[in-house]
Every structure is written in structure tokens, then in C-alpha cells.
Design a binder for this molecule. Structure first.
Ligand code: IVH
Length: 680
């Protein structure tokens, strides 16, 4: 290759790598296998090493490169980064008040047509200004005081979702503004890793994201799982703005910027109020924290007419939701015994309303974590409840510690070395972060958890066998083992507290009904350590029958997709125990059974086919539909991509349906699905 060939090759590689990484990180639709990507990447890297002049600032090889900085350089914003007014009325009144104010300020008659708004989520992270010149990222800065921020370009480059070069945009200047945030699952995983390493955990995704962006060493930032959403513009030169805010976001998405799909264009105060309410319902299920929604007048012409007042635009407002963090006091530290005997310290709190519910218990995870955070009785703490994650003590406010606060937490001393439920010895093995009760199923707490786990909706699905009933059955010594459940009669159950003849009858039928099940549900119900729903399904698909699993050695278990050495050993250990085998035999003798499965290596009608379910189906629940698809060998995925074979859409199907239509994926309804299942 001569020089110009090499330059062309480097440019081609950069383009390809940008295209694939946009597909992977922004669209979530990988276009090539990872290994292929790595090959192209390595080729570009070697080319650049041999010929440093070929190295450009927007090269994908330059995401992590820079040395640690002594401090951040100041950056003066070409257009100030303003903040927005906050509507603190968390009811729909907040939406109505904003619409009324906008109309008044525009001098619009009350009976004139409704105003159009762009409604968005208010991401809980850190505002960033990204400056692109001729399509290339040249500077990234924090908001700072709004006039001057800090140059965090090196760190921002490490965020894979942020394009180093825009597609289809070579405007001399385009500044994109948005929020750097951390997804909840990324945050939980990162904290879990920190706990395993015995290092300090982060309080919440917002602090973790802000801390990562303000790291002086970009190599550290690169290890933090950050994400980004664009929501507006800064300085623009040489690009004709569209007429609405909504259209700007669409254009940014087309340039390769990540833009949240939860946004909508709505009209009038009722449109805003509906949006606020709808997002409130979705809040827990979102993959990231939001602290509210943002409304913006959609028309840029109207925005200009409205203008600003004291550094805040009149055309936008943030409409909050109840906080996901609150301050409260630790009254006591209790220890709970889990299904596998794990002892978890739990803070008993002065009740607080947080994340939509009243919380009076919050997990402290384990002894080390409690000590690292140094939580003591009497402390004032920050509790956090976000999504479906159990409430946790995020941090202690040390400056508020009273002089009579308790001692540092010590599990052994707190429990005098005995399980608080059954009095068995407690033990903590070398290298383990958890203390455990050694009582096994002798321990009523473990027995209760085992029964609840067995009866769980996703396991044996015994409706009506909840906390209260199990508590009484175990405490009264009526049920000591799983098989004893199947000996329960109406009379025994009806004698329990708050259990009438009728509910007793219902429970007996539910127990009876659970005898007909699937192998995967049965395996899950047994409560084998490390065997969750997806592993149970994999085992069932791979082996097809229980006896094969009972006899399988570690080697063979390792052949099952996603089963690693720890899981394989745990399964082996479980089935080696005589008492576990006995429980299984007794359950079978009681009449628990399931259809023999066709084994995965045998071709199944839907093997290799991916389905996505969206909306509410008329007859089948989501789980039922998924179970039928999986029984035929199909997979059920959570998001639509080009690789999806069918989208099954029901009432009120949302963005997944839109995406399927965009990508030309086959869309069927429930009837279509059933027909397909029966045909094959
Ligand atoms: S618009 C002039 N849109 O909330 C309008 N801000 O003060 C500028 N935020 O810290 C902001 N999500 O970083 C806007 N969809 C969204 C947002 C959003 C989060 C943050 C922003 C700033 C604060 C607003």
C-alpha cells in the first residue's frame, strides 16, 4: 500500500468502526460479531502505530488514551447552559399551571387552539455540552456555573454511546446538550463488584456518573458504565434548525446521537398531565432513574417569543416526581435469615415515604458493607428505593451522628454466634462475604423461605400460599418439608388464623393444580443455589427429563448454555445430598409430574426463532405466551431488532411495535401466534 492507499484504508476502517459501534451501543442492534469488530479495530490500531500521522482525534482508537490530568481546564460556554424552573406540585396541577402560564405569557385566548409540547423524561445525571466541529467531537464540558464549565473531553470520549463523529452532519459548529447517566442495572452490577472487592460502594447512579465524569484519570472513567441521552442544543453554525424541538431531537438521532424513545409530542394541559401520569406508572420499570419529566414548548418560534426570565427559559419546566431518596433514622439493626441461610443485616427505620411507598426496613447487604458505610443504631441515613430494587441504606450522614450512637456493627457479637431464628451456629467461610446459619431446613426461617420459593408464581405457582399462611404452617409444625404441602386438607388449613372454609378450599385446589407442572418450574422450585429461572429453563431444555439431571456430572452440566463451574458444582452438590433426593422422590410420589420434554439438540419447531411480546394479549398472560413459545424451542427477547422473527402485539402495544414496523419484522396477534404454534 502506498501512503494515499493507507490513508484511505484508515478512513474506511474508522467509518466502519463508527457504524458498527453506533449499531451496537446506540441502536442495540449489533451488525457484526465482536471478534470481527476487534479485527477491524486492531488493524486500524496497527496502521496508526506504524504511521502516527494517520491518527485523527475522532478515531475509535482514541476513546481511552490521555494521561491523568492535574486539573480540568475551564471552558467558557458559547451559549450559557441554563437551568429550568421546577414545578414542585407533583400532581397533575403542575402540568395545568405550566400550560396556563405559557398561554398567558403568549397572550393566547383561553378558547384558542391547544399548544403543542415536547414532553421528555428528566434524566437524573449530569448535564454535558458536546461540541462538534465539522462533525467531529472536539470538546465536552460540564455545566459548571452555567457560564464556564470544566473540560472533560478525555473522559467523555470513553463513553461508547457518544459518537466521536456525527453521521450526515458536517455543520461547522453543532453543540449537543444532554445528560450523562448510569443505568440502574449497570449501577447495581458495579456496586456488586465493589462489594466483592471489599471496596466502597456508590450512593446512587447520579453520584456515580458525576464522579466518573469528574475523574482526573480517564482510564478510571473508562471502567465506569456510563450512558448518555441528548435533549437539546448549544451553539449552532451552519445548520438550518428545524421548526420544532421534537424535530431537532429526531435530527440528532439521525446524526447518531442517543435520544430517549420515551419522548412524545403532546397537546394542551391534558396532554401534559397524561404524559406525567403515564411516565409515573412506568418509572419503576425504566432502566434508569428519573426525577421527573420536562415539558418544552415544541415550536421554536413560540420559544423565541417566550424568551427567558432570570436565566430560566419561560418555555420549559421540570415537573417532578416524589423523591427516590429520603433521610431517616436507624432505630435498630436486625438480622434476617434467607432461604439459603444467608444472614442479612437490615436497618429498622423511622418510616419514610420514598419512591412511592412507605419504607421501614432497608437492606445493609452484609457485615462488611455495613462496616464500610459504618451504619450504627441512632444514625441519620439516606435510604434509596428505585425501581424494583429493595430499599437500601445508601449512606450515613456522619455529621448527624448522636453521641449515644451504637457500636460498629459486628454480626457475631450481635447474634452471640447463633442464628436468630433456630439458634444453630452461624459461620462465615473464608473468602465469603456472608455469614450463614448452619441449620439448613431445620431452621424454620429457611423452611419458610423454601416453601415460599417453591410456591412462587414463576415456580410451582401455588396461589394463596403466601407469607401469612406459610408462617403459621411452619410455626405450628404442620409443614416441615415441601412434600408435606401435598398432604394438607381443608380442615387443617381452615383452622389457621384468618383462613375461612372457602379460602382453605381454594388453597387445596391450588396445591392440587400445582401437581401438573413443567420440569423447569419444578427445578426452580427446589431452590438450588444459583439456579434461577433462566438456568432452570436451560437445564430442562438441555436434558429433557429429571433423571438425566440427577445423574449428570459436572462436566456434562458445563455443556448447558450459560452454566459455569460454580453453578454446575452447586447443582451437583444439591443432588448428591440424600435428603434432597428424598424430597424429590416424595414430591413425585405425591403426584407432582410434568410432560417429558423434547431435548434441545433435537430440532424443535421454533428452535432459533426469536419472539418479542408487546402490549396486552386478549387471553394469554405474558408468562403463558412466553412459556408456549419456549416450549416449542423459541426464545423470547425484550427488545426488537433485525434479528427478531416475530413481534406478538396486543392492546396498547408501544414502541416495540413501531420499531417492528420500521424494521419490517413480522407482526402477529395472539390468534396468529396460536395458529403458528399449532401448525408447527
Ligand atoms: S432541558 C434550557 N431536558 O435537568 C433547558 N434538561 O435544569 C435546559 N435534565 O441539570 C435543560 N433531563 O441536565 C432538559 N430532558 C431534559 C432533561 C434535562 C434532565 C437536567 C439538566 C439540568 C436540569 C434542568
Amino acid at each position: 500500500m502506498d501512503d494515499s492507499d493507507m490513508a484511505l484504508r484508515a478512513e474506511w476502517l474508522r467509518r466502519e468502526l463508527h457504524r458498527h459501534s453506533h449499531a451496537y451501543y446506540v441502536l442495540d442492534e449489533p451488525t457484526i460479531p465482536d471478534a470481527e469488530y476487534d479485527k477491524l479495530f486492531n488493524e486500524l490500531q496497527s496502521l496508526e502505530e506504524a504511521h502516527p500521522t494517520l491518527r485523527t482525534p475522532d478515531s475509535p482508537t482514541q476513546r481511552v488514551g490521555g494521561a491523568p490530568l492535574p486539573q480540568f481546564a475551564p471552558v467558557r460556554h458559547a451559549v450559557p447552559m441554563l437551568s429550568i424552573r421546577t414545578e414542585t406540585d407533583t400532581t397533575e396541577g403542575g402540568a395545568v399551571a405550566f400550560d396556563a402560564r405559557v398561554r398567558r405569557e403568549l397572550g393566547i385566548a383561553t378558547d384558542a387552539a391547544a399548544i403543542e409540547y415536547a414532553a421528555e423524561l428528566k434524566f437524573d445525571g449530569l448535564a454535558i455540552n458536546l461540541r462538534y466541529e465539522h462533525g467531529v467531537l472536539v470538546c465536552a464540558a460540564t455545566r459548571g456555573d452555567g457560564e464556564t464549565g470544566e473540560d472533560v473531553t478525555q473522559n467523555i470520549r470513553t463513553i461508547r454511546k457518544i459518537p466521536l463523529r456525527l453521521k450526515e452532519c458536517i455543520a461547522p459548529v453543532l453543540e449537543v446538550r444532554g445528560e450523562v447517566y448510569m443505568r440502574r442495572d449497570d449501577f447495581e452490577r458495579m456496586n456488586e463488584r465493589q462489594r466483592e472487592k471489599g471496596e466502597k460502594t456508590f450512593v446512587n447512579p447520579r453520584n456515580a456518573a458525576a464522579g466518573a465524569v469528574r475523574q482526573l484519570d480517564p482510564a478510571i472513567t473508562a471502567t465506569r458504565p456510563l450512558s448518555f441521552f441528548a435533549y437539546g442544543l448549544g451553539e449552532v453554525q451552519g445548520w438550518n434548525l428545524p421548526e420544532t424541538h421534537g424535530a431537532i431531537l429526531d435530527a440528532l438521532a439521525a446524526f447518531g446521537m442517543p435520544v430517549d424513545g420515551g419522548r412524545a409530542v403532546v397537546t394542551g394541559s391534558s396532554g401534559l398531565a397524561d404524559f406525567h401520569k403515564r411516565i409515573a406508572g412506568l418509572r419503576d420499570a425504566l432502566p434508569f432513574d428519573i426525577d421527573g419529566v420536562v415539558y418544552k414548548v415544541n415550536s421554536l418560534a413560540l420559544q423565541r417569543r417566550l424568551g427567558f426570565v432570570s436565566r430560566e427559559p419561560r418555555w420549559a419546566v421540570a415537573h417532578k416526581y416524589p423523591a427516590q431518596e429520603q433521610i431517616t433514622v436507624v432505630r435498630d439493626i436486625d438480622v434476617q435469615v434467607g432461604r439459603t441461610g444467608k444472614l442479612t443485616p437490615v436497618a429498622k427505620l423511622e418510616p419514610v415515604f420514598v419512591g412511592g411507598t412507605t419504607v421501614s426496613n432497608a437492606t445493609l447487604h452484609n457485615e462488611d458493607e455495613t462496616r464500610r458505610k459504618d451504619v450504627r443504631i441512632g444514625d441519620t441515613v439516606i435510604v434509596r428505593r428505585a425501581g424494583d430494587v429493595i430499599p437500601e441504606v445508601a449512606a450515613v450522614m456522619l455529621e448527624r451522628r448522636p453521641s449515644n450512637a451504637g457500636e460498629p456493627f459486628d454480626m457475631y457479637r450481635r447474634l452471640h454466634g447463633k442464628c436468630p431464628v433456630c439458634g444453630s451456629e452461624i459461620a462465615r467461610e473464608e473468602g465469603e462475604s456472608d455469614w450463614r446459619c448452619s441449620g439448613g431446613l431445620f431452621c424454620p426461617a429457611q423452611r419458610k423461605q423454601a416453601l415460599l420459593h417453591f410456591a412462587h408464581r414463576r415456580a410451582m405457582d401455588i396461589e394463596g400460599l403466601g407469607d401469612k399462611v406459610v408462617e403459621q404452617l411452619v410455626d405450628a409444625g404442620i409443614v416441615r418439608t415441601l412434600p408435606e404441602l401435598y398432604k394438607l386438607g381443608v380442615a387443617k388449613l381452615a383452622a389457621l388464623d384468618r383462613m375461612g372454609e372457602k379460602s382453605a378450599g381454594n388453597l387445596v385446589s391450588a396445591i392440587e393444580k400445582s401437581k401438573t407442572t413443567t420440569l423447569a418450574r419444578f427445578l426452580l422450585g427446589l431452590g438450588i443455589r444459583h439456579v434461577g429461572e433462566s438456568t432452570a429453563k436451560d437445564l430442562s431444555r438441555y436434558f429433557g427429563n429429571l433423571d438425566a439431571i440427577l445423574e449428570a456430572g459436572v462436566e456434562q452440566l458445563l455443556e448447558v448454555p450459560d452454566v459455569g463451574p460454580i453453578v454446575a458444582q452447586s447443582i451437583r452438590t444439591f443432588f448428591e445430598q440424600a435428603h434432597n433426593r428424598e424430597v424429590i422422590e416424595q414430591l413425585r410420589a405425591a403426584g407432582v409430574h410434568w410432560p417429558e420434554q423434547v431435548v434441545e439438540h433435537v430440532a424443535k419447531p421454533f428452535a432459533g426463532q426469536t419472539f418479542v411480546l408487546t402490549g396486552t394479549l386478549p387471553n394469554l398472560t405474558r408468562d403463558q405466551a412466553a412459556e408456549r413459545i419456549e416450549a416449542s424451542g423459541g426464545k423470547v427477547a425484550g427488545s426488537v431488532s433485525k434479528k427478531t422473527n416475530y413481534v406478538v402485539a396486543g392492546a396498547e402495544a408501544g414502541s416495540k411495535l413501531t420499531k417492528a414496523l420500521e424494521l419490517g419484522v413480522a407482526v402477529i396477534d395472539e390468534a396468529g401466534l396460536i395458529k403458528l404454534l399449532e401448525q408447527k
